[in-house]
Write a protein that binds this ligand. Structure first.
Ligand code: SF4
Ligand code: SF4
Length: 318
């Protein structure tokens, strides 16, 4: 099984549009939307949800009213001010779940042993069907911060779908940035496709993601979206991408057909297959297929990947 993750240094670079095009162009893929904080691949692939599962990324304290002696110790020790007395209520302290970090200190110090930590549901994991194949995706609750764990769950689900359906490719729409959910998205992938734009900010963001990929020793390919907005900078980004060891560098021109496809809720390669940008995307995808069929010399070994995956897993546990 081959896993390809599409990421970007920041949102709005065209990462999801490109992933959706790849999903259409690929042969029998499984799609994983790992941008769980702002999932939007479903807007284009329009999945039919087949199963929904609660996701619990953290635990919250539950206080047994009958055991609580109202000593107030738990309120004292909570440095996040997540526990307080409710006015006019002579019951146990009340919890503000948005303040609670789930550290469990209140449970440990409660002299009456009235507190237990219970899993809290803070998201949903979906298994769906789309016109291009199965899809694993998720929704994280508002203000929840366990996206790295949920990304790991989405990827596990996508791998299971691929095994069950005999599919060889898992295509991951990763989150933007370089934080915990990105690390969870790229751990162990065979190829990391980094989408950027020819701007000063785009160059800076590209550098950050390339450094992250180097740290985890992932093979990278770079796509410069709207390259013709600044040809000189696009040339510089291309040179720098090759110098960073990219196995493929693609360029997609600015094209109003992209916006038209988004408005229609379709992928570019379906909505405007004859457009220049669609031709660019197809050319880049063909290059990636070639790379995946014949891994470049120096590509990470399976042993290296196992080590790195362990490191990445560790850094996503929170
Ligand atoms: S520490 Fe335990 S007994 Fe004391 S107020 Fe908190 S829950 Fe109640
Ligand atoms: S689990 Fe930690 S953060 Fe949450 S209420 Fe208890 S002490 Fe406060």
């Amino acid at each position: 099984m081959i896993e390809v993750a599409v990421v970007s240094g920041k949102g709005g670079t065209g990462k999801t549009s490109l992933t959706a095009c790849f999903a259409v162009l690929a042969e029998r893929p499984v799609v994983a939307d790992c941008d769980v904080d702002a999932a939007d691949l479903h807007l284009v692939l329009q999945p039919t949800v087949e199963s929904t599962e609660d996701f619990s990324g953290r635990s919250l304290p539950a206080i047994a009213a009958e055991d609580c002696t109202r000593c107030g110790d738990c309120i004292e020790v909570c440095r996040f001010d997540a526990l307080s007395w409710a006015a006019g209520d002579d019951g146990p302290p009340k919890l503000d779940p948005f303040r609670c970090e789930g550290c469990g200190l209140c449970m440990r110090i409660c002299p009456a042993e009235a507190i237990v930590m219970e899993p809290a549901v803070n998201g949903e994991l979906y298994t769906s069907q789309t016109r291009v194949g199965p899809m694993a995706h998720a929704r994280l609750g508002i203000a929840e911060d366990t996206s790295g764990k949920l990304v790991t769950k989405v990827r596990e689900r996508a791998r299971l779908l691929a095994e069950k359906d005999g599919r060889e490719l898992v295509l991951i729409d990763g989150p933007p940035g370089i934080g915990c959910p990105v690390i969870a998205s790229i751990a162990g992938v065979d190829l990391l496709v980094i989408v950027t734009e020819p701007t000063v900010a785009g160059r800076h963001d590209l550098e950050r993601v390339v450094r992250l990929a180097e740290h985890f020793r992932r093979s990278i390919a770079v796509c410069i979206n709207k390259w013709d907005l600044n040809e000189a900078l696009a040339d510089r980004l291309t040179e720098e991408a090759w110098a960073s060891g990219a196995v493929a560098v693609g360029r997609v021109r600015y094209d109003s057909a992209v916006t038209a496809a988004q408005r229609a809720g379709r992928t570019l390669v379906e909505h405007a297959p004859d457009s220049g940008a669609a031709a660019d995307v197809r050319a880049f995808w063909d290059a990636l297929v070639g790379v995946l069929a014949a891994p470049a010399p120096g590509t990470t070994t399976a042993g290296d990947q196992a080590d790195d995956d362990q490191n990445a897993e560790g850094s996503t546990r929170r």
